[in-house]
Design a protein around this ligand. Structure first.
Ligand SMILES: Nc1nc2c(c(=O)[nH]1)N[C@H]1C(S)=C(S)[C@@H](COP(=O)(O)OP(=O)(O)OC[C@H]3O[C@@H](n4cnc5c(N)ncnc54)[C@H](O)[C@@H]3O)O[C@H]1N2
Ligand code: MOO
Length: 432
């Protein structure tokens, strides 16, 4: 059950707006539920519940080397630091090993089951002779009375992989919330599991607004710009594991915008977990999102942050559609990007148990001025452990953003920060 958020005009701190977004999206984990999918379809999905090992890994004690399975005690019975032992029948991988007769050495292959009684494997290179007898692996019949000489320097347990030494039966193999990559799926396969319980992928509807905004690939009329935000927000969501749909670019006409939104939500057989709009929420005369949605459950206001000051959020209540959480981001592309990184990604990570972007403290390489009392998010790079800004604070500077690998979160408070001031920095990795 999602909470009611009443229309209002707000002035919030960043923490207050983050809390409002968290409350709005609190029902997401339950709404996603669980579905079981084959391993081949589980790549990139999120594990829905703790995965318990149904059997030990490895399932039986086995050899780590091609060599001889022995009892370590049989190697140091005489006055010399070696022992000559009769050779028992060989143990290939994939067979049930018979018990090792006392005082014998059984040729054993890597991964083969250690016979009962053996506790050590001596690699073939350490044996004399350092090759297996001709009857091992060939068609020749087993020859009794063959012997091998082995050094006594191998302590009990050497080159043995005990049952459960990777993971005991009943242990937690992977925790709920784990994003399933190659290694995690490999572990599930090794445990014998053919399918895994995963969360339904969340799904968002992304809409850009503005008479001036035209789709990439189209010719621009005078005064028009290309739509960056649909792509930017869709890609941000996809990186966070979401499926996305778009209702395209909506003109600055409240009735048409509302109709487009209702259309995109109503006939859709797939659940929409979130609507994300950009543009049309500030103080202008043509603020289509604000005008259309202020009476539909969405609160608009300002957050003490730059860029990304204007914000809207709430539970969208359109006639004929199910209530759905909606976040309205400002139209400037960097404002939309920063809004995603500050308000949405951390909440999604927290709710869905995904690790957030790493946050480090780093000194500023240069002096920076900012609006006092607001959190300013500067884009830049970490170089020699210091934060160097790329471009200025303007929220239209997409080129600098595209080269940034770090976001400095300059705290509200004084408007001037000296070089060397330690500030929190979100690291984003290399641009792809
Ligand atoms: N008088 C005031 N004016 C503005 C204020 C204010 O407080 N008082 N706030 C400014 C801030 S800060 C921001 S951010 C913007 C937010 O405005 P909107 O959310 O209403 O966005 P728009 O006006 O529609 O667009 C802003 C800007 O971004 C461009 N844009 C919009 N959509 C896209 C898109 N999909 N792709 C690329 N670029 C887009 C648009 O052309 C504008 O240049 O308001 C300030 N004004
Ligand atoms: O707050 Mo606006 O998002 O700076 O440009």
């Amino acid at each position: 059950m999602l909470p009611e958020v009443r229309p209002a005009t707000f002035r919030r701190s960043v923490a207050e707006h983050q809390a409002a977004v968290r409350t709005l999206l609190a029902g997401l984990p339950d709404a996603l539920g669980t579905q079981t999918v084959p391993l081949a379809a589980a790549l990139g999905r999120t594990l829905a519940s703790d995965l318990t090992a149904p059997r030990p890994l490895p399932p039986f004690a086995n050899s780590q080397m091609d060599g001889y399975a022995v009892r370590a005690a049989d190697l140091s019975t005489g006055p010399v630091p070696w022992a000559t032992l009769p050779v028992a029948p060989p143990i290939p991988a994939g067979t049930a090993a018979p018990p090792l007769p006392p005082g014998h050495a059984a040729p054993i292959m890597t991964g083969a089951m250690l016979p009962a009684g053996a506790d050590t494997v001596v690699p073939i290179e350490a044996a004399d002779p350092p090759q297996f007898p001709a009857f091992v692996g060939g068609d020749a019949p087993f020859r009794d009375h063959t012997t091998v000489t082995l050094p006594a320097s191998f302590a009990a347990g050497t080159y043995v992989r005990p049952a459960g030494s990777d993971l005991p039966a009943g242990a937690t193999a992977l925790a709920a919330g784990t994003r399933l990559g190659a290694a995690q799926l490999g572990l599930a396969a090794a445990l014998g599991l053919a399918a895994l319980p995963v969360r339904r992928r969340p799904r968002a509807l992304v809409l850009s607004t503005g008479d001036e905004v035209a789709a990439p690939g189209t010719e621009l009329a005078p005064g028009q710009i290309h739509d960056a935000n649909t792509t930017l927000l869709t890609a941000s969501l996809a990186e966070a594991g979401w499926d996305t749909a778009t209702a395209g670019i909506c003109a600055d006409n409240a009735a048409a915008f509302e109709a487009a939104l209702a259309d995109a939500l109503a006939p859709d057989p797939d659940v929409t977990d979130l609507v994300l709009t950009s543009g049309g929420i500030s103080q202008g005369a043509y603020e289509v999102v604000r005008q259309a949605l202020a009476g539909r459950g969405i609160a608009f206001g300002s957050v003490a942050m730059q860029p990304g000051g204007p914000q809207g959020a709430g539970l969208l209540a359109l006639p004929g559609t199910a209530p759905v959480p909606l976040l309205a981001f400002p139209g400037n592309p960097v404002s939309s990007f920063v809004s995603f990184e500050v308000f949405l990604r951390p909440v999604l990570c927290e709710l869905l148990g995904v690790p957030p972007r790493p946050l480090v403290q780093a000194p500023l390489a240069v002096a920076l001025d900012k609006p006092p009392g607001k959190l300013q998010v500067r884009r830049g790079i970490l170089e020699d452990g210091r934060f160097t800004p790329l471009g200025g604070p303007g929220s239209h500077l997409l080129h600098a953003l595209a080269h940034a690998t770090a976001l400095a979160l300059l705290p509200p408070g004084p408007g001037h920060l000296d070089p060397g001031t330690d500030v929190p920095v979100l690291t984003m990795g290399d641009p792809q």
